[in-house]
Design a binder for this molecule. Sequence first.
Ligand SMILES: [Ca+2]
Ligand SMILES: [Ca+2]
Length: 289
Amino acid sequence: MTRSVPFSLALTASIFSSTVPASATPYADRVISYSQGSTAASAYNNPNAALGEPSRVTPAGPTDAPVTPFNPPWPTSQLVSIGAGGSLTLELGVSAQDVAWNPYGIDLILFGNNGFKVNDYSVSESEWTTDGTLFTFDLAGASKVWVSDNNQDYYELVVPSDLTAQVDSLFPTDASGDFLKPVNPSLTSADFAGKNLAGIQELYAGSAGGTGFDLAWARKADGSQAGIGSARFVRIEVSQGKIELDGIAAVPEPATWALFGLALMGAAKLRSTAKRHHQPFGSTGTKPL
Ligand SMILES: [Ca+2]
Ligand SMILES: [Ca+2]
């Protein structure tokens, strides 16, 4: 074994760890407060179910099945319910950032347990299609999302009139996708009409779904723009009906990944340089980066 590979890996690890603390998670890692509200699904009363990564699998008979837009998570261990007059306030492991290069401007993604209606359950699961509407037995209640950077000053995220971003509605979770990548928020139910799972995944374009929010939507009480650049705290308030929440995610800060990419490129360059010289970096290896 040459020294070049361990050195490269150590370099990569040191740059990566200096920007991403080992404990940092892009998901919620603390419950600040929870009040279930009057019309919640009462058994779903554990707010810790909204911490961490959203569900990848959910119980199906004696085993687990992957979470798909046709097969949402359902047990009390995976979801918390919020009803009228209730609220849930969570702290993210890392702040969501309102940066221009986030896809579609989406900085924060909330995952519920809604699913696309299956047109015909009598055909085999691989042939299931949807008309694009959501489950009618579990309609998403009316909710508002608030964000804060200090857990004191909270600003409502007011969804622009040309978009519909409703918690526990579009877009049902597809755990084969990336929980940190938003779906194009301009897609509507009609875009999913007639789609099977592969068709839905094509529209998700690598995303795991969820409802995306832009911190630029934050408004002060007088309706003016809050101009909040980052948010560590997220509050969901329900005024009517109920919603279930599986988890929330901050779209990752690209600078972190750019640095990580640079570190990888540096490591690759070291390796290729070593290869070109037909020798590994030995104990006298002094190649500077
Ligand atoms: Ca944004
Ligand atoms: Ca969960």
